[in-house]
Design a protein around this ligand. Structure first.
Ligand code: NAG
Ligand code: NAG
Length: 505
């Protein structure tokens, strides 16, 4: 036993030395590109107390504590900010959640490594790949406002974030707003128009940070985007910060980690996790509703350590609570669908959904949807078909579900793979190309996803159909039909799409 662990330590330190060499000799990571829309993006990590409840009584074998206890809500908010266009890469925060060891240990546990020194190797690997990457954006920037009086301290903010002191004082505010064309409202049209919301839910083994370019870009087009950091045991690791200062770690959970009477099946576990996610989505929407009402008696307290909150007061009366769209990737898309079960209603005033690669093994998909829906699948996801919970091929199940919504689009971006909507293809492009065999450039794939998502969100706002939303069906049966009936259409950045379902009219 001792010999074995000695070997592992040796193996571990050799890998570390090797990795240091690799990392120092080759530029293996690329910086994240700037967002695609006209607005500068503000970012906030927010954790708030919610009404404490147990989603399921199962406990953890490791600690004996309840496994599915909802205590706080953690989200990352990306929002359009009142700041003028910044000349250089703006001040931002690290892409990897801190501490890195939390996520490193989390991923190690996720792939079954229980041995601490080996967990450190995983942490090192993550650190090596991710520590130089920063998320573009300005932490705690003032939210986009239609009224220049609301941003009288703009000059101060601009100085604070170190933009070279080019924009100073109140006199320049008009100039600043004109620079960004905010006074004319390029996207937000009417002076009274409020920011629509997007609530995003991540995939299995994902984190709320993993989609920063996709989500930040949507925000840069004039949307308030909240990425939920799920505490359902599907991510690598997360820390719950209680109001009394306590910290609780939530690691990735497998069936064997849980104690329950009667025991949970793997399908039960998914149901419990999806219920947990649904509760977090609901809490996100009610948090926004509170921020929109703005209360000085019960201000929102940010429990996330070292994370500011001063921009939150600017959210008052700025959010359009009747324009809430849910979006998700993979397991998250399945979760977003579940959240639509009884929507729209008072607690879930949802107007539509965006789903990226809806889960193949995350439980049956809710098909009772009466809201506009956009499903975008990666080429890899569409090509590889599986029998889906006795309902037929996954492709057909998704197709029927979309056709049955009041208004729905279902399309496939050719040459892309399951992780194409995450930041991974931007940060480690060649690793992703090798691992996923994509033929479409990673940046192009993301721009296609972003533009089509923004077109759909604009459709929800004003009924206009732009870009791919105007196309006819080109490939009704996708991978299940004849090869010659799989037509393609060109996307806004030259990529090829197959269109499977469009709204009937
Ligand atoms: C809120 O969103 C709805 C639905 O998109 C839209 O009809 C309405 O005009 C928006 N209201 C404001 C104040 O922006
Ligand atoms: C689609 O809607 C029709 C009519 O409302 C219904 O009979 C059918 O079961 C639905 N199909 C699915 C997959 O939900």
């Amino acid at each position: 036993m001792l010999g074995l662990s000695r070997k592992a330590v040796l193996y571990g330190s050799a890998s570390i030395i090797f990795l240091i060499l690799v990392v120092s000799l080759t530029p293996i990571t690329s910086p994240l590109p700037l967002y695609t829309g006209p607005y500068e993006v503000g970012i906030l990590d927010l954790e708030t107390e919610v009404k404490r409840r147990t989603i399921h009584p199962a406990t953890l074998k490791e600690t004996g504590n309840k496994a599915f206890e909802l205590e706080t809500l953690a989200i990352t908010i990306y929002y359009p900010s009142a700041l003028p266009s910044l000349r250089s890469q703006p001040w931002a925060r690290p892409w990897l959640p801190q501490p890195v060891s939390l996520i490193g240990t989390g991923y190690a546990r996720l792939i079954g490594i229980k041995f601490a020194p080996l967990q450190s190797v995983v942490t090192f690997f993550l650190w090596a790949l991710g520590s130089k990457t920063v998320i573009p954006g300005v932490v705690d920037a003032p939210v986009l406002s239609v009224n220049p009086d609301d941003v009288e301290d703009l000059g101060e903010v601009v100085n604070k974030v170190g933009m070279g002191g080019k924009v100073k004082g109140q006199n320049n505010i008009q100039e600043v707003l004109e620079l960004r064309d905010v006074s004319n409202g390029p996207r937000l049209g009417q002076e009274t128009e409020k920011l629509p919301l997007v609530v995003f839910t991540h995939g299995m083994a994902g984190m709320s940070q993993s989609y920063s370019h996709y989500l930040g870009s949507i925000a840069s087009h004039g949307y308030m985007v909240a990425a939920v950091e799920h505490r359902d045991g599907s991510g690598p690791g997360t820390i719950v910060h209680s109001a009394n200062g306590d910290e609780r770690y939530v690691w990735h959970m497998n069936l064997e980690d849980l104690e329950s009477n009667p025991p949970l099946s793997s399908e039960d576990l998914k149901t419990v996790q999806l219920n947990f996610r649904e509760a977090e989505i609901q809490e996100t929407i009610s948090l926004f509703s509170r921020l929109n009402k703005g209360s000085s008696e019960h201000p929102i307290i940010n429990l996330k350590p070292k994370s500011p909150e001063s921009a939150l007061s600017g959210f008052k009366d700025r959010l359009n609570m009747s324009a809430v769209t849910v979006a998700g990737h993979s397991y998250g898309a399945t979760g977003a669908l579940q959240a639509l079960k009884n929507a729209p209603n008072k607690d879930m005033p949802i107007n539509g959904a965006i789903m990226l690669d809806p889960g193949k093994g995350s439980g049956p998909l809710n098909d009772k949807i009466e809201l506009p829906t956009l499903v975008m699948q990666s080429g890899g996801w569409t090509e590889k078909q599986v029998e889906f919970y006795g309902q037929g091929w996954h492709f057909d199940v998704v197709k029927k579900l979309v056709a049955n919504t009041s208004i729905g689009w279902f399309m496939t971006l050719k040459g892309s793979a399951h992780p194409s909507c995450t930041d991974a293809p931007l940060i480690v492009p060649w690793i992703m190309r090798l691992a996923t065999k994509t033929t479409l450039n990673g940046r192009v794939a993301l721009r296609e996803y972003i533009d089509t998502s923004v077109n759909f969100l604009e459709f929800l706002r004003d009924g206009s159909k732009k870009g791919l939303l105007r196309e006819e069906v080109s490939s009704p049966a996708g991978p299940l039909g004849d090869a010659e009936k799989r037509g393609e259409v060109k996307g806004p950045h030259g990529a090829e799409w197959e269109i499977h379902v469009v709204p009937k009219e």
